[in-house]
Write a protein that binds this ligand. Structure first.
Ligand SMILES: [Zn+2]
Length: 374
């Protein structure tokens, strides 16, 4: 659900956020919350709790906005900022091109949180802890301090992991290697967090330790995913999208009827087929395009009426990097990426299955070594 725009950035609130908002509000308003010590009615306390929770999530939004505005100043378009159960995320469409840019982009968020913590601490001191406003600011100071420090942990997907990766990139001049080292540091860190959590559970019983174990496990999965991605990119280095492309099971000419196209796709067992005019790529038709169509009218419909048109299809140039093709598919969730040259000729698809197939059958020692390395 979109709630508006800030500095031209679309702000989206996920349904899961309402859940965490309710929990935070409830915790703030409970008898063990920060407002229990002052003499106010239960109604006023509830209002203060909700207001404080809103201000806290406004802080999270400012943290993300810092990332987004730095990204935009580097020429990286920002798709949206999303608030969800684990906090916030800035959805950037590209990665920074240089290590120092990447470091600054990752650091901007935690820096914003730490600055907010400082400002709120000053405000709390100035107002005094006997006033409700003083308590609100004191809470925000602590919360922002925790958000800032927690995000600086040197493990993916925390901002600190990205800062570490960028600094290693600046030192080694090798982005892939930096990602792998940072990923490994993240894995060690994740295991340490899990070990601490388990020890805490064994010594103190269930409580905070369980939470640490859970966070460690989450960090471990992210670090491993990030490392696998980096290893894959090393394996693909130096290869073009065309080298990984597989031919389409069939091509559809623009005057093909929709029912014929559907039958062909089902008989070939493919999700998508390219539509061509002569040899020119004019669009892509996927099984999903048929779900909106009236099934009785398919024989009177041309496939061009259902397909996604050329301009709306993400394609890749044959000489583009293979890892770029993979990155696009990872980001968009597409199963296949059409390879189209400058003259608009369809040359094949890069598909997930095709890439895995290529990697397993490729006997180049360098590729094998990159995949085998721990
Ligand atoms: Zn951040």
């Amino acid at each position: 659900m979109s709630i508006g725009r800030l500095f031209g950035v679309n702000i989206v609130v996920d349904v899961s956020w309402l859940f965490i908002f309710a929990i935070v509000s409830w915790a703030l308003g409970s008898s063990s919350g920060p407002f229990h010590a002052i003499a106010v009615t239960a109604g006023v306390r509830a209002v203060l709790a909700i207001l404080t929770a809103l201000l806290f999530f406004a802080s999270v939004l400012l943290h993300e906005l810092a990332h987004s505005l730095v990204a935009r100043s580097q020429g990286i378009p920002v798709k949206e900022i999303r608030l969800f159960i684990f906090g916030g995320a800035s959805n950037l469409t590209e990665e920074p091109k240089a290590p120092l840019q990447a470091a600054w982009l990752a650091f901007a968020g935690p820096l914003m949180s730490l600055v907010l913590a400082l400002v709120c601490a000053f405000a709390a001191t100035a107002i005094g802890m006997t006033e409700p406003a003083g308590i609100v600011f004191a809470y925000l100071a602590t919360a922002n301090l925790i958000v800032g420090i927690f995000n600086l942990l040197p493990a993916f997907p925390m901002d600190g992991g990205r800062v570490l990766q960028a600094l290693l990139w600046a030192i080694t001049h090798d982005r892939m290697r930096a990602t792998r080292i940072a990923g490994r540091v993240g894995i060690i860190f994740a295991w340490a967090t899990i070990a601490y959590g388990i020890t805490d559970v064994l010594v103190q019983g269930f409580g905070g330790g369980l939470w640490f174990t859970f966070i460690g496990w989450f960090l471990l999965l992210s670090a491993q995913g990030e490392e696998r991605q980096a290893r894959l990119q090393v394996a693909l280095r130096g290869h073009s999208a065309m080298q990984l492309a597989v031919p389409a099971a069939a091509t559809l000419s623009a005057d093909t009827h929709a029912d014929t196209a559907l039958k062909l796709m089902l008989s070939k067992g493919v999700r998508a087929l390219p539509v061509v005019l002569g040899e020119r790529f004019v669009g892509l038709v996927t099984l999903g395009d048929f779900t909106h169509a009236d099934s009785s009218a398919l024989e009177n419909t041309y496939v061009t009426a259902l397909m996604k048109r050329e301009h709306d299809v993400t394609t890749i140039a044959p000489n583009a990097d293979a890892s770029e093709a993979l990155a696009i598919m990872g980001k968009t969730g597409f199963h296949q990426l059409p390879v189209v040259d400058v003259d608009g000729l369809f040359l094949g698809f890069v598909t997930r299955e095709g890439v895995i197939d290529w990697l397993t059958h490729h006997r180049e020692p360098q590729v094998q070594a990159a995949l085998r390395q721990p």
